[in-house]
Design a protein around this ligand. Sequence first.
Ligand SMILES: Nc1ncnc2c1ncn2[C@@H]1O[C@H](COP(=O)(O)OP(=O)(O)OP(=O)(O)O)[C@@H](O)[C@H]1O
Ligand SMILES: [Mg+2]
Length: 330
Amino acid sequence: MITFNHVTKRYNEEKTAVKDLNFTVEKGNIVVLLGPSGCGKTTLLRMVNRLESISEGNIVINEQDSMDLNAIELRRKVGYVIQSNGLFPNMTIEENVMIVPDLLGWTKKEKRERFDYLMKLIGLDPKIYRKRFPHELSGGQQQRIGVVRALAADPPVMLMDEPFGALDPIIREKIQDEFLQIQREVKKTILFVSHDIDEAIKMGDKIVLLRDGEIMQYDTPSEMLTHPKNEFVSQFFGKDRAIKSLSLHTVKNLQEVIGLAHIDDAIEDTKTINVNQDLRNTISMLLNQEADQVIVTDDQGERIGSITIDLVQKYLHFEIKGKLSVSQEG
Ligand SMILES: Nc1ncnc2c1ncn2[C@@H]1O[C@H](COP(=O)(O)OP(=O)(O)OP(=O)(O)O)[C@@H](O)[C@H]1O
Ligand SMILES: [Mg+2]
């Protein structure tokens, strides 16, 4: 758990970057810091591991005031992923990943086992990559190594500053999925900076939306989309809030509310989609294949029905737009 108590950051007399912030990141949650450039996201992150001093207030990490932690404790407790992956070019992948365990005095055997475990988590063969150098890896692989390096000493808390920002959209989505998968296993408490709305909705258990160093709203993605607290929040998420919130709903949700359509066997070559896929992916699949239906399968691969654009529109109308318009009136 990370708690921010009345945290203020003044860089100088003119510039107060963060103003009296109060919020808590629950254990095992991902909280995304979202907001326009210069709103104070990086400053907030860097105060947690004391790369920036705190002007007023305090930050409590798992019951300990961050100011009471010494450098070693801080390294053990808090992993940090910076935007450009920050790998050292003259060190091998294993040396890069093991920087913090090295500082903490782990044995060779402990380091080797940890390296093998972490590489398997991200689907890279430890034998192949151990002695390679960063430039021999693709951008996506380097970014994965950056993430794994922050996980190396198994810290309970992770700070991630736009960790996937430099990647192209397709690889980025893949790494996001992969990271969520890893998070289900490792359950870290994570502060994750992003300026990308879609990424924030996808990755965040909750989102802190900031403007000029102040919190505009702290909520779950779905609350933020359906009940924006003020004009700034609603403007920030934009007019297509309904479409964005489709990514928070799965085919299964739709099935439970309005049911699936029957499978039309007359249509050939239809694609299939798993019932746990989100509706935004479903829509793009329907549009891309220009088909009237996509077959829905359950986890056993059984065909349980089909989904059409009409159905998604109907669901959008009842489930999502309904909520959006209620919140706008209220
Ligand atoms: N060392 C510094 N001295 C003075 N002002 C600073 C310093 N670092 C940041 N600032 C200012 O503090 C404000 C917040 O900066 P910060 O880097 O935290 O924003 P950010 O939300 O991370 O932005 P971005 O999305 O561009 O990364 C900005 O107005 C910035 O210019
Ligand atoms: Mg920043």
